[in-house]
Design a protein around this ligand. Structure first.
Ligand code: ADP
Ligand code: MG
Length: 457
């Protein structure tokens, strides 16, 4: 079998010689090999913007290197995280017909019976906020008392909000306090490919090893269970493994992008079992938590992150923390490159220019107004009216402020939106909010939350 990761590592060695170091480090080094589909190597990058840059600048070089190393691969395709699931589905078919396997990055360097968890993903490095405190508390309890309390523990959230981080934290912690316990982390893609290999080889030894490996563990963590959609044989096997482990009070932890009841792509009997224990979700973090996460990450990199730049990234990044980290890394990288600290929001804007421009293209005054109206739970008609009650005046001024900050719209046009207001009134509203947020922390947080909601749509 050819390991796709080793293959990509070899390709990277070549690429690092061909592409200028700076560009290599920003664009190529972070690409993740996903699978091979129709003779194309599928590589994942972090965002649409990164994809655009890589496609226009490095695609041909990567393709040349890859096809020189293995002539059966004739092309490459750069995808964004949202497309991963689609390609992984295709991967199964590919695995049946070829000799490539994938290894999840979180389980790299592991032997079959014991995982090495990523040390940087610990409970200490996980920032607690309103959005994740239940999930964090549940994970700590389970790490301390595996099999005793919440079994199974089911964690769900959107991408990049910390599920894999928490699983690694549980692994690190449990292995530290119970060195004898066998803690196994596996992604659902990995179970599928293992099982396919068992089925293909029709080898009893391998099949026993598979069963033994899963049934002998004390803690079994399955990451991203939603990828078992349509994999009936794996679901069937998992059902039996689940029953065995649960009956002998072994801890099971599962993550997914949806709550068990909404995972309609899985068999009913699995869904029911998944909700036997405790289900917790992780919500996108608010601005304060995002700033705290950025500061923790910057500290890990020994980078001095100013409050102004932290807030700027937190407001402009999508709710996905992985992408937010990507922006922080760009700032760190540009700082080191120019030997010039990026410590003001103007410099940060320069560094993240491309990314922010693409985002702002989709923002409209209607979007801003409807977000403000939802946030304050007041009808949009009230924002357009001349009502002077306090609970309407402030949201209206905030909407005006956000429109003038985020869109390059003439003041008179903004006045027209708000029922034909004079441009002096618009200037007054805009300047009052701009001024008040300097001293009023409540207002500052409201505006930051609204900005990130608007930019994330
Ligand atoms: P998921 O598995 O939910 O897609 P990950 O666990 O891979 O997300 O998290 C993506 C990134 O965000 C990781 O680098 C992780 O360390 C970071 N992250 C997410 N939530 C937090 C948090 N509360 N504190 C610190 N880092 C976090
Ligand atoms: Mg994950």
């Amino acid at each position: 079998m050819i390991n796709i990761d080793t293959f990509w590592d070899d390709a990277k060695d070549e690429l690092s010689k061909l592409i200028q170091t700076i560009n290599y480090e920003i664009w190529v080094d972070s690409l993740v090999p996903v699978c091979i589909f129709e003779n194309s190597l599928i590589l994942q990058t972090s965002s649409k913007n990164a994809k655009k840059s890589i496609d226009s600048r490095f695609r041909d070089t990567i393709k040349d290197v890859v096809s020189t190393l293995n002539s059966s691969i004739t092309d490459i395709q750069i995808i964004i995280p949202e497309q991963r699931e689609e390609f992984l589905k295709k991967q199964t078919d590919f695995l049946e017909n070829s000799g490539f396997v994938t290894v999840d990055p979180a389980t790299k360097n592991t032997d079959e019976t014991k995982n090495v968890f990523l040390k940087k993903y610990s409970f200490d490095s996980f920032v607690q906020g309103k959005s994740n405190s239940y999930a964090l508390a549940a994970c700590k309890t389970v790490a301390e008392h595996p099999g005793d309390k919440f079994n199974p523990l089911f964690i769900y959230s959107g991408v990049g909000l910390g599920k894999t981080h928490l699983l690694n934290a549980i692994g690190n912690y449990t292995q530290e306090i119970y060195p004898k316990k066998k803690v196994l982390y596996v992604t659902s893609d990995k179970i599928v490919s293992e099982l396919i290999s068992v089925i293909l080889n029709k080898n009893n030894d391998e099949s026993n090893r598979f069963r033994e490996k899963y049934r002998s563990c004390d803690v079994l963590m399955i990451d991203d269970i939603q990828f078992l959609a349509g994999k009936e044989a794996t679901q069937e096997n998992l059902f039996h493994i689940f029953n065995d482990l649960h009956q002998s009070n072994k801890q099971i932890i599962i993550t997914s992008d949806k709550a068990p009841k909404d995972l309609t792509v899985l068999e009913e009997r699995l869904r029911t079992r998944f909700s036997w224990g405790l289900t917790v979700d992780i919500q996108p973090p608010d601005t304060e938590t995002r700033v705290a996460i950025l500061k923790t990450k910057a500290l890990q990199e020994k980078f001095l992150l100013s409050d102004e730049v932290a807030l700027f990234i937190a407001e402009n990044a999508p709710s996905n923390i992985r992408e937010m980290e990507g922006l922080l890394n760009k700032i760190i990288f540009f700082s080191s490159l120019t030997n010039h600290p990026i410590n003001t929001k103007e410099l940060a804007f320069e560094a993240l220019h491309d990314f922010i421009e693409e985002k702002t293209e989709t923002i409209t005054s209607e979007l801003i107004i409807s977000t403000v109206s939802k946030y304050f739970k007041i009808p949009t008609a009230d924002l357009f009216s001349s009502k002077k009650t306090k609970n309407i005046v402030e949201p209206r001024m905030i909407a005006i402020y956000l429109i003038s900050e985020l869109l390059s719209m003439p003041l008179s046009a903004i006045g027209d939106i708000f029922g034909g207001k004079h441009h002096a009134t618009i200037i007054h509203a805009r300047d009052k909010i701009a001024n008040d947020i300097k001293s009023n922390n409540r207002l500052k947080i409201i505006v930051a939350d609204l900005k990130s909601m608007i930019i994330n749509i």
